[in-house]
Ligand binder design. Structure first.
Ligand code: ZN
Length: 313
């Protein structure tokens, strides 16, 4: 398609030199795709949707598995550049936790409007203005290799989060991409989102209070959690704290049981819906303790961390 478009443009230019009528016709704005991005085999997956929202800009980033692609529009070229620059390290950060068993390439799209964002994530209903990014894939059978995976960023994600926040969000979403093949959307959110945030923050360790400010404030006010966050907590007004709680569970597991325990437990819990009983069995198999012990240990650890505020991994 790209070659055909180039030929058509060349033809118009040639004809325009000879016939004034062509010079009067407004030419479509030339896409600012880099020479490396234009022939990328996966460009078409997002191009069909995105071209309707204006000219495209795209960059290719060399990541561990090959060429990754970042597509946006001239209006958000700065976010495209930040994401392209961060991609290789982000892929490596995810691989460091998950292992090399994923494509280690990605297609990223930066939407220019809420409507384009909704189209790119294939939303079937209203999209929360709070949503900064989402990872989507074609429907697939468990056990098969997911296709059509892409990470989509909202128009204001870069402005709201800044470059470091955007990079952390990229690592979070890439974790969903890496783990997609063994992940059911019906699995507990504390597992799926906690694992993605754990990977996002592990690459750049920071103080507990910096990673989990609202949880820290709640703990210091004596209003901390009493149980693992429920799925509904991730959609309500306290969604930010639910993510922080979920992250802190994984950080506690890494600190108490070793970093390898985190992806092992994820593989066991992410395959489908869990109830308290099946969570208990999975925890006993991977960590040697039951759910009640995990919750008690986690609550003690976050109480300590929120007071000390020391570095965590
Ligand atoms: Zn997520």
């Amino acid at each position: 398609m790209r070659r055909a478009a180039l030929l058509a443009t060349a033809l118009l230019v040639l004809l325009g030199a000879g016939f004034a009528v062509f010079a009067l016709r407004p030419e479509p704005a030339a896409p600012t795709l880099s020479p490396a991005a234009a022939p990328h085999p996966r460009l078409a997956e997002v191009r069909r949707t995105m071209e309707g929202y204006g000219p495209l800009t795209a960059e290719v980033a060399r990541t561990a598995g090959g060429d990754s692609l970042v597509v946006g529009h001239p209006e958000n070229a700065a976010d495209v550049a930040v994401l392209a620059a961060e991609l290789p390290a982000a892929v490596d950060a995810v691989t460091a936790v998950w292992g090399p068993g994923w494509p280690r390439t990605a297609v990223l799209a930066v939407a220019e409007s809420p409507a384009e964002f909704a189209g790119l994530i294939r939303a079937t209903g209203p999209v929360s203005a709070e949503m900064a990014a989402a990872a989507v894939a074609d429907p697939f059978r468990p056990g098969s290799t997911p296709t059509g995976q892409r990470v989509v960023f909202s128009p204001d994600a870069g402005r709201r989060l800044g470059p470091d926040g955007l990079a952390a969000l990229l690592r979070h979403e890439l974790t969903h991409v890496a783990a997609r093949a063994v992940t059911s959307d019906a699995a507990p959110q504390w597992v799926l989102e906690g694992f993605a945030d754990y990977t996002a923050h592990r690459a750049r360790p920071a103080a507990f209070a910096a990673v989990a400010p609202t949880l820290t404030a709640a703990l210091r006010a004596g209003a901390g959690p009493t149980d693992l966050p429920a799925d509904a907590d991730f959609r309500g007004p306290d969604a930010v704290q639910a993510y922080e709680r979920a992250w802190s569970v994984q950080a506690y597991i890494a600190a108490g049981f070793g970093a390898d325990a985190v992806p092992r437990l994820y593989r066991r819990l992410a395959a489908g819906p869990q109830d308290a009983g099946s969570e208990d069995a999975a925890l006993r198999a991977e960590l040697g303790i039951g759910r009640a012990e995990l919750v008690a240990g986690w609550l003690g650890w976050i109480a300590e961390q929120s007071g000390a505020g020391g570095p965590v991994g």
